[in-house]
Design a protein around this ligand. Structure first.
Ligand code: VL7
Length: 134
């Protein structure tokens, strides 16, 4: 049985979100607002199907995918760059590769204890976030 990421998760800490946003070319004013946000994630996992709704007071983002099936991502409200994305399992980690204009773009989710981890990568930048069950 794979790990179950389902639930409502609140951001508790974030490291190098600024570096990640800079790598994505997010402008100063947007970064200033974005770095103060405490987003909430609602993850639904049913077999190989996932949806992840990330909500904040400023912008929100929704993504839906099936393990191993490539999909188009528009990153609407974020950096707006289109990507071909695919999510796979790496043992108990959920790994998304986002192929597009930016090198080494993607994210990884895993659970440790009662915390949900998210590592966001773009070019040389890695942002690590920790979420706790709401
Ligand atoms: C999505 C933000 C910076 C713009 C606003 C920040 C709003 C809340 O990819 C992500 O999550 C995955 C894995 O859970 C599922 O989509 C992270 C946030 C990346 C990039 C762009 C700053 C403006 C944050 C949506």
């Amino acid at each position: 049985m794979p790990v179950d990421f389902s639930g409502t998760w609140n951001l508790v800490c974030s490291d190098n979100f600024e570096g990640y946003m800079l790598a994505l070319g997010i402008d100063f004013a947007t970064r200033k607002i974005a770095k103060r946000l405490k987003p909430q994630k609602v993850i639904e996992q049913e077999g190989d199907s996932f949806s992840i709704q990330t909500t904040s007071a400023f912008r929100s983002y929704f993504v839906q995918f099936k393990i191993g099936e490539e999909f188009e991502e528009d990153n609407k409200g974020l950096d707006h760059r289109k990507c071909k994305s695919v999510v796979t399992w790496d043992n108990d980690k959920l790994v998304c590769v986002q192929t597009g204009d930016k090198k080494n773009r993607g994210w990884t989710h895993w659970i440790e204890g009662d915390q949900l981890y998210l590592e966001l990568c773009c070019e040389e930048q890695v942002c690590t976030q920790i979420y706790k069950s709401a």
